[in-house]
Design a protein around this ligand. Structure first.
Ligand SMILES: [Fe+2]
Length: 501
């Protein structure tokens, strides 16, 4: 049996496949194939690729939410629900669904939205039991869920909900509303708002007080004075500096998340935290989790796209064999370590498109633009290629055993293999390109796991004495990450930077 998990119909459509031994055969994002960023539609290329990894004629299809529950919420909240969205077949597209089911039994199952998030986290985690916290914008009616999770004597994952918050009281909707308020795109550019926070005034700012007094009813219960689903009026905090708004929003979100995690610690029976939902991508806030838990797992794709894997996990039922996030489209061949090093030595910057694409929003070394992180000029050079806001720093990728030497890793995080958390850089003057305005870096640590990126860092260290590289995603501005060699060729031509496969 193969379990096909699907998330689609809202944003970030994705598809995952698990076999009946718990191996993740494939997990990929539709946007990487269709080139339409955050697309809600599954596309033909993704489905074809996923089918090529199937190992059984027997398949079950597991959809990441229950369309009728979402429909009901949309009716109740005065949104304009589309009748055709009541059917998984119509959401996915009859043609694509038939293609996945072709000659196979292919029964379609639907799951609770937050439970799909929880399963994506818990069943990929190393823990036998955990307290699972899900925080996102909205899933059906849910906005926050806390579960006890464990495996029964047959190894089947069990979830017991301990506490929840419901629409419209939502941490994710609050952060998206503030994203929109500063002129960024909600459900897309929240990470930019997070980056802007470092430039805002401290928590004594009048913007923060006004934002908090106007919008927050209770930090303890996570309730709001307004429904923020459609944002705040443009006149809200009129005249305020966008950086101060960002700073205020981040501080409020951190206080709300702290309140949820504190609740989880007191209600849950486990010492292990599994954290998921789109809000878990806020790597600045994640530094606070260690105040409550020593063991923390955030899977590399905690948002709705990752819930395609969660839905497949619910179908499979047991713990999956998690190795790493390289689960998507394959550019086959050995990782080109020596050629990358040669280019780094001569040009300081090089692209790499090799192996299976990352499942998740972050480039982890298979679809990356890499650079020598040392010195003053490299940030501007990479920015020239990426053409993004100059205030945003790039991320370091470092041999895991050297992370403590260069970064003050926050409590609860011995590692950060999927860039889940920020850490204070101990030598910001030596590596200005990978350090943010507040002195922190979004660290990716690489264990001794036999991957190509590990071998590359080891060789780079032997050659230079520096155990890290600058790592940013390989994408043409405004497009999703590079997927195949054709995309890599377009990148090369557009930016005159070598991309090695
Ligand atoms: Fe969600």
């Amino acid at each position: 049996m193969n379990y096909i998990g699907i998330s689609a119909g809202f944003h970030d459509a994705a598809l995952s496949v698990i076999d009946d031994a718990g191996n993740v055969l494939f997990a990929g994002h539709s946007e990487r194939y269709s080139k339409s960023k955050h697309t809600k539609h599954l596309c033909y290329g993704l489905v074809e690729d996923a089918i090529s990894y199937l190992t059984s004629r027997d398949v079950e299809i597991h959809y990441y939410e229950r369309p009728w529950m979402k429909f009901l919420r949309q009716v109740r909240s005065g949104e304009k629900p589309v009748l055709s969205n009541l059917s998984v077949k119509e959401i996915i597209g009859t043609g694509l669904l038939h293609k996945l089911q072709d000659g196979r039994k292919g029964k379609v199952h639907t799951h609770n939205h937050h439970l799909s998030h929880a399963a994506a986290g818990f069943q990929t985690s190393p823990y036998d039991d955990a307290t699972v916290v899900v925080i996102d914008a909205i899933g059906e009616f849910d906005t926050i869920s806390i579960y006890n999770a464990w495996y029964d004597k047959n190894g089947v994952a069990q979830y017991k909900k301990l506490w929840g918050q419901r629409y419209p009281d939502s941490i994710g909707l609050f952060y998206s509303a503030m994203t929109q308020r500063v002129g960024l795109k909600p459900l897309d550019e929240e990470y930019i708002l997070m980056g802007m926070a470092a430039y805002g005034k401290s928590n004594l700012s009048k913007e923060l007080k006004e934002m908090s007094d106007t919008l927050i009813r209770s930090y303890k219960d996570i309730t709001f004075k307004d429904n923020l689903h459609t944002g705040v009026p443009d006149t809200f905090l009129e005249g305020a500096d966008n950086m101060d708004i960002a700073c205020g929003a981040q501080l409020i979100v951190e206080q709300l998340i702290t309140s949820v995690i504190s609740k989880a610690r007191s209600l849950g029976s486990s010492k292990n935290l599994v954290y998921g939902g789109g809000v878990a991508l806020n790597c600045l806030a994640n530094r606070l989790l260690g105040n409550f838990y020593d063991n923390i797992w955030i899977m590399p794709n905690p948002g709705d796209a990752g819930s395609s894997l969660g839905a497949a996990c619910l179908g499979y039922g047991k713990r999956v064999n998690w190795t790493n996030a390289f689960l998507g489209y394959d550019i086959s061949g050995d990782y080109p370590t020596n050629r990358i090093i040669d280019h780094l030595v001569t040009d300081k910057i090089v692209g790499v498109a090799s192996g299976r694409a990352e499942f998740g929003p972050r480039a982890l070394g298979h679809r990356s633009l890499l650079a020598d992180p040392r010195g003053q000029e490299i940030k501007d050079k990479v920015n020239e290629i990426k053409r993004r806001q100059k205030f945003r720093p790039f991320a370091p990728i470092i041999l895991e055993e050297y992370a403590d030497m260069y970064f003050d890793m926050p409590r609860g995080f011995d590692n950060s293999r999927y860039m889940q958390v920020i850490a204070r850089c101990r030598h910001p003057d030596l590596f200005p390109a990978i350090v943010h305005h507040d002195g922190t870096s979004r660290v990716q640590t690489v264990p001794n796991d036999g991957t190509g990126i590990r071998e590359l860092l080891e060789k780079w260290y032997v050659l230079t004495g520096c155990p890290m590289l600058l790592n940013t995603s390989l994408n043409i501005r405004g497009e999703p990450m590079v997927n195949d060699r054709k995309d890599a060729d377009r990148f090369e031509i557009m930016y005159n930077v070598k991309v090695i496969s």
